[in-house]
Design a protein around this ligand. Structure first.
Ligand SMILES: [Mg+2]
Length: 256
């Protein structure tokens, strides 16, 4: 059962508790959580009301709002239209303001080049696919590939090829596989935000398999919210992006 705003009574109660925390972190995935999926990722704009709700929350005392995305940080800043005071964390939690904690070593640089060229080779035989380069990873995108057989073939070639190399960290999402040479996790990023702010409660909202590493690391008092269907470790669920905007707006009302 859900109320008019798409929030279950249990989630509403969890948000009411979260809103009372002296210090609060609200971490949100971007694509599929705040912005609908589109074929051209550079045009994935936030849903109506999303940025306003995030900025309202970020303006409240001892309230830290972070966008936690698989995108690289520059792309996240560009598409989201979000600026300070929202904290932007890119590359699945490894890329913060000021860059990465430590630069890649020579072996990691060579491995990343190998992964990138292997993926480019797959893309050259898969019309519509493309490779995205990130500072610590290369990403195969097959969402725009029209032929489902070609799409599946490209994904399985990536998994059997570069994704099987020694020393890589693979994250498979919806029509996307990211092959990183440095481990990154949204869970570690949430822990870092909590540590930096002393937050008693963290709220984390996400839709994809990569967000499960975030839900897995939440504490019992934290609030994990899965967007849409699919198996999840999150305690709560909302049906879609409009409900996320409703949730954020409701949380801002409660905490104001
Ligand atoms: Mg997502």
């Amino acid at each position: 059962m859900t109320t008019d705003d798409g929030l279950s009574p249990e989630l509403s109660e969890a948000l009411r508790r979260a809103a009372q925390a002296p210090a609060l972190v609200i971490a949100c995935d971007y694509d599929g959580t705040l912005a609908p999926f589109v074929d051209d990722p550079t045009r994935a704009v936030p849903a109506p009301g999303a940025v306003a709700a995030l900025e309202r929350l970020a303006a409240l005392p001892r309230t830290t709002v972070a966008l936690l995305s698989g995108r690289n940080r520059a792309a996240l800043a560009q598409v989201s239209g979000a600026d300070t005071p929202v904290v932007l964390v890119g590359s699945h939690g490894s890329e913060w303001e000021g860059g990465f904690d430590t630069p890649l070593d020579d072996d990691e640089v060579a491995l990343l080049a190998r992964v990138g060229s292997d993926l480019e080779e797959i893309v050259s035989r898969t019309p519509g696919a493309h490779v995205e380069s990130k500072p610590t990873a290369a990403v195969l995108h097959v969402r725009p590939v029209e032929d489902p057989d070609l799409r599946a073939r490209a994904m399985s070639e990536a998994m059997a090829g570069p994704a099987a190399l020694d020393g890589v960290f693979v994250t498979e999402g919806k029509n996307v596989v990211e092959i990183a040479v440095r481990e990154a996790s949204k869970g570690a990023a949430i822990e870092r935000l909590v540590e930096q702010t002393g937050a008693q409660v963290a709220v984390f909202i996400g839709d994809d398999v990569t967000d499960e590493r975030g839900f897995a690391r939440l504490r019992s008092q934290d609030v994990g919210v899965k967007v849409g269907d699919g198996r999840t470790l999150a305690d709560y669920r909302v049906p879609g992006i409009p409900a996320v905007v409703g949730l954020l707006t409701h949380l801002a009302d409660l905490r104001s």
